[in-house]
Design a protein around this ligand. Structure first.
Ligand code: MLT
Ligand code: ZN
Length: 485
């Protein structure tokens, strides 16, 4: 909410009136509309998960069909009413909440699984299907959704596609740009563009669906997704390691790729700050290692033969321990142990958020530079005396992420947001990333948080192309306004 005064409401957008609401009531049933004179009543739609961004919408539309989404969009376009599409609202850059009085178009009621073909692995569903439900359905059919995230219990399939989230297993299953086989999208003028046929290959000109993957709802509303599910691994396991330095993390990664090869399915790292925060947050859960370390690595394997995979993994663990590459490591004994090990990784974002609040960065860098951004930032905060040893320091720097994807998340957990901290962090972080030719958003998107910052990672001509695309699809600019484009 602190950041919102930086923009002004666009005067061209119509202010919602009773005629508009009557129109929406004429096409929607009572359970597809939430309206209140007080935006406070609608806070779960107006405010993001981190409680950093908060809009003032009075109207939430929750249509149950693509045709209704189309009618809504056509009406809003004809009448210049601004709209923000919203999935599970777990986004991390202020992309899925209104800034002012935009109508919230929630996809939550578009939640049917449409089709699954166990031979090809093609899964088709509405955009509002919760990721957990997609996982569960596919599990029952011996498959898995090709993406998993800490927010899986709330995020929507359409939302992760709009965000182009990467998740915990990108290393194994690849990105959504490869796994999404087709999309159904409602354009701002109400037209429905659909290529849900799900062909693995289709080289007839531009691959239009790619534009909507990661567009964050700025040029169309994704209403349906066709995606390639992977066969369910018959055996999974995990190990948790403690290490001294990031150099060793990289060595371990090389070794894991070469020795675990086809069964390697995740390689995640966390630094000391991330785990300290998570220990405080998880309180009663016993930490899997005896000692605390500078770095921790979680390695997951997924394969088809439990004995073979476990043998391979335990040989890998003994060898790394014997060669003194790592200081300490444990391998899960059973499924409950495996889940517990993952809890230490998946809880990091919530643990940081519970500290008070967090400044959050999500960056891509060359692997050799991946942790250097955290060191540079920590040094600045340290020099300002903010990272003390007090029972609870003002600032806690937490770096973690997806080593295989060259993606670090840097959460600067704070007791409160202050201008001093903000000025130490920005534009420093962005300039640092630019100097290393990295990306200021690896997988969380740009949203409102990184509005005006694309130039740190994109050239003028790329930004011009993006604006051309936005103007082409959404000439009135009604879709998810005030955000990055
Ligand atoms: C993660 O890797 O845990 C997700 O990107 C979420 C986050 O960093 O908050
Ligand atoms: Zn992540």
């Amino acid at each position: 909410a602190e950041e919102y005064p930086k923009v002004k409401r666009t005067a061209n957008f119509k202010i919602l009136d009773s005629t508009d609401v009557s129109y929406f009531r004429s096409i929607l049933s009572n359970d597809e509309i939430l309206q209140s004179q007080s935006p406070e009543d609608l806070v779960s739609f107006n405010q993001d998960w981190m409680k950093k961004y908060r809009g003032q919408s009075n109207l939430i539309l929750l249509p149950k069909s693509t045709e209704k989404v189309s009618k809504i969009m056509k009406y809003c376009n004809d009448n210049k009413l601004a709209v923000v599409p919203q999935g599970g609202n777990t986004d991390l850059v202020g992309a899925s909440v209104p800034v002012f009085d935009e109508i919230v178009l929630s996809l939550r009621n578009l939640n049917k699984i449409r089709d699954f073909d166990p031979v090809s692995g093609t899964f088709k569903c509405d955009a509002g299907v919760v990721m957990r439900d997609a996982h569960q359905y596919l599990h029952e059919h011996d498959h898995i959704f090709p993406l998993d995230l800490p927010s899986r219990n709330n995020c929507h399939v359409g939302g992760v596609v709009s965000t182009n989230a990467g998740g915990l297993n990108l290393l194994r299953y690849g990105s959504l740009h490869g796994n999404v086989l087709g999309l159904e999208v409602v354009l701002p003028n109400g037209e429905i563009i659909s290529n849900m046929n799900a062909l693995r290959k289709d080289n007839t000109g531009y691959d239009l669906k790619q534009l909507f993957i990661g567009a964050e709802g700025t040029i169309g509303v994704i209403t349906g997704v066709s995606i390639l599910a992977a066969a369910k691994p018959k055996a999974v396991n995990a190990v948790f390691f403690g290490l001294d330095c990031f150099d060793t993390v990289q060595k371990l990664f090389v070794k894991a790729k070469s020795e675990l090869s086809e069964i390697l399915s995740a390689f995640e790292f966390m630094d000391r700050g991330s785990i300290e925060c998570t220990i405080e947050y998880l309180k009663d859960l016993p930490f899997p290692l005896k000692n605390q370390h500078n770095f921790y690595v979680l390695i997951e394997t997924s394969g088809s033969n439990k004995n073979h995979d476990d043998e391979k993994l335990s040989a890998f663990v003994s060898e790394t321990l014997n060669s003194k590459l790592i200081s300490e490591g444990v391998m899960a004994k059973d499924k409950a142990d495996y889940d517990r090990i993952w809890t230490w990784r998946k809880s990091v974002p919530t643990a940081c958020n519970s500290y008070g609040g967090m400044y959050k960065y999500d960056m891509s860098l060359q692997l050799k530079d991946l942790y250097s951004v955290s060191e540079a930032v920590t040094e600045r905060l340290n020099a300002a005396g903010l990272i003390g040893d007090a029972p609870k320091p003002i600032v806690k720097s937490c770096g973690y992420g997806h080593v295989g994807d060259g993606n670090i998340h840097l959460n600067i957990a704070v007791r409160e947001f202050t201008k001093q901290i903000e000025n130490l962090l920005e534009p420093f972080v962005y300039e640092y990333i630019q100097s290393k030719k990295g990306s200021i958003s690896a997988e969380h998107g740009v949203g409102f948080h990184k509005k005006g910052k694309l130039h740190y990672s994109r050239s003028d001509i790329e930004i011009r192309f993006m604006k051309d695309i936005k103007n082409h699809y959404d000439p009135n600019g009604i879709l998810n306004p005030y955000k990055y484009i």
